[in-house]
Design a protein around this ligand. Structure first.
Ligand SMILES: Nc1ncnc2c1ncn2[C@@H]1O[C@H](COP(=O)(O)OP(=O)(O)OP(=O)(O)O)[C@@H](O)[C@H]1O
Length: 598
């Protein structure tokens, strides 16, 4: 391990055991030795004896605190076990820095405070044992940790409701003797009452106490005269408020129109507004709002914005979009993207599509079809607008940015390790295969798959965005990958699906190499192919993956499937279902080998 990691580990132990000097205990934990080569007590390393993989310090009477920042600087740490000590304080948020953690055992200590929500980001976690402590607060939603096998949290002071777990996947589950309340989620027959006993507020199966049905609606009695007066009062106050707001809105919009007339067509490159493509109309100013998305059918405003199922913007009107401030985020090949902040504070991403010769009916049908084939890793369209001149698609704005930014941008010290990259590849591969199957008959492929169209949602889960926005069109070469000259004229639709496979292959190459797809004449696909021919395969991998000790064998496996995806002949490329199956098996293999090492 590096000097920094050694230093951090020594600090971790000092915080855990403030009373004792580890040097005196002769456990080997000191800066002048190496944790792997000199076999520090409680530490196990990988086969190459380079990286710390396990720290097991059970039953050693530690009375300090857990310094997660320090211990997680051992980036390959898979197992941390501190069972049966007397460690106190909180379980810090930074425990999620241990991204490769598979086993976290903290049973029988004096931990207190809330469990950090960041636990849900430990996507490799298999066993989490926090029983017999003083943890308080709610159980974070770790249902997203799909491989979790054990959750033991009995004998704490946890409260709130039990979130949904994947009970069918769990081998062990126990939350008995806490202060949990509400009805128990469906455990699908996998656990009995003993996992839930000792929570006075809990009810429902498998506990014997059934949850009481919701109270019946109270009988309607005619309101008394006093009540009538009260309602009248409320109605009057409401009326006054509405009038005040209306006056304010009219006054504001008058001011705004004046301002536009004054400013003429001055624009601000950064704080661009969603304005008309027919600039002559905007210049006429007068009765057109600054934010207007004008169309030939002007006048058909709120009725034209179709809100698809979305709790975030229920009842969103076209006018709401017009009134909100809009910031131009980017102009791509297929249009511009605006970040729109509604008055309610909700932020949306509005894609204004450019030059798409599609009829209104076809556009609507297409968006509704895509909306029907739902997948958790595909960003749903929240609403759309379609006139003869213009198409807008509204998505939720994702503050965590795109996969492109995660791979190539400044990561703010954020580690994007091998396990996470493999997970992203597996999730996106699966989602794309699912969409292809669901939309094959409609001929709707993604059409523009690239890492900037993979967004990271609030839980840092990757989601494919802008599915189906580029129409299959043999004349439009833009949907085809660069240098891809072999076109199946008879089957342009099939080509579009194969173009997605190509796009996915390139994303795999970005994940593996950390390099940009095209940069000053550099073509990633070509470069990788040349590298393989010259037999310097290892050179292609991202240096950070190599130094983290990622399995070369599995990186090569993933590289091979990437190369199949970018085959210059579309027919030779595998289907997304085949690609997804192979990536899943690589991932499984990776997980098994991690568990066996642990
Ligand atoms: N819903 C969203 N939330 C947050 N950022 C987004 C969202 N959709 C797109 N972006 C980001 O905004 C930027 C501009 O998006 P845009 O789709 O215009 O670019 P592009 O994908 O390069 O273009 P095109 O799809 O037209 O080829 C990209 O960096 C993209 O990652």
């Amino acid at each position: 391990e590096t000097v920094q990691v050694r230093e951090a580990l020594v600090q971790f132990l000092q915080k855990l055991d403030p009373g004792n000097n580890p040097g005196e205990e002769n456990w080997g934990w000191n800066m002048s030795s190496d944790p792997c080569i000199d076999a520090w007590k409680g530490i196990s390393c990988d086969k190459s004896m380079q990286f710390v993989k396990k720290i097991v310090l059970d039953q050693l009477d530690f009375t300090g605190v857990l310094d997660a920042v320090s211990v997680c600087s051992a980036k390959n740490l898979a197992v941390l076990s501190l069972n049966n000590n007397n460690v106190s304080g909180i379980l810090p948020d930074e425990v999620s820095n241990c991204t490769r953690l598979t086993h976290l055992y903290l049973h029988g200590n004096s931990f207190s405070g809330d469990l950090p929500g960041s636990l849900s980001r430990l996507s490799n976690l298999k066993r989490l044992v926090i029983s017999d402590n003083g943890f308080t607060g709610g159980i974070p939603d770790i249902s997203r940790v799909s491989g979790l096998l054990t959750f033991l949290a009995q004998n704490n002071q946890l409260d709130g409701v039990i979130p949904k777990f994947e009970f069918s996947n769990l081998e062990e589950f126990n939350v008995s003797n806490n202060n949990l309340s509400g009805s128990i989620p469906d455990v699908e027959g996998h656990f009995n009452a003993s996992s839930f006993l000792g929570n006075p507020g809990l009810c429902g199966e498998p506990l014997p106490s059934a949850c009481s049905p919701p109270p019946p609606p109270t009988e309607k009695k005619g309101p008394s005269s006093k009540m009538y007066l009260m309602y009248l009062g409320y109605a009057l106050i409401g009326l006054i408020l509405v009038s005040l707001i209306a006056v304010k809105v009219i006054w504001k919009s008058k001011n705004k129109k004046k301002e536009i007339a004054k400013k003429g067509s001055q624009t601000d490159a950064k704080k661009d507004k969603i304005s008309s493509s027919t600039s002559s109309e905007s210049k006429r100013g007068g009765n057109i709002s600054e934010y207007s998305i004008t169309s030939v059918e002007s006048g058909m405003t709120s009725s034209s914005l179709v809100v698809l199922s979305s709790p975030v913007v229920n009842g969103l009107k076209f006018e709401d979009l017009l009134r909100s401030s809009a910031e131009l985020i980017g102009r791509g090949r297929h249009g511009s993207l605006y970040k729109v902040t509604l008055n309610s504070g909700v932020t949306l991403a509005v894609k204004r599509i450019r030059d798409w010769d599609i009829s209104r009916d076809d556009f609507k049908k297409r968006v509704h079809r895509i909306d029907q084939v739902k997948h958790p890793h595909v960003m749903p369209v929240v609403a759309y607008y379609c006139s003869r001149q213009e198409q807008l698609l509204v998505y939720q704005f994702q503050e965590n940015g795109s996969l492109f930014r995660l791979i190539h941008g400044s990561q703010n010290g954020q580690l994007f390790d091998w396990g996470s990259r493999l997970s992203v590849a597996a999730r996106i591969g699966e989602a794309l295969a699912f969409m292809h199957e669901g939309l094959k008959r409609d001929g709707i492929a993604h059409g523009n798959l690239k890492s900037s169209n993979i967004l990271l949602n609030n839980g840092m889960e990757p989601c494919i965005s802008e599915y189906g926005l580029a129409e299959v069109n043999n004349q439009d070469q833009s949907f085809l990958p660069p240098n891809d000259i072999i076109l199946d004229k008879a089957s342009p639709v099939n080509n579009a699906f194969k173009a997605d496979v190509y796009g996915f292959g390139v994303i795999l190459l970005e994940l593996l190499t950390g390099k940009l797809v095209q940069n000053n004449g550099f073509d990633l696909g070509q470069w990788v192919n040349t590298a393989i021919r010259e037999e310097w395969t290892v050179e292609v991998f991202d240096k950070t993956l190599v130094s983290e000790g990622a399995s070369e064998e599995r990186m090569v496996d993933l590289l091979q499937i990437a190369l199949k995806c970018i085959n210059s002949s579309p027919e030779e490329r595998p289907s997304m279902r085949e690609v997804s199956a192979i990536i899943n098996s690589i991932k499984e293999y990776e997980e098994k080998s991690l568990s066996s090492e642990a």
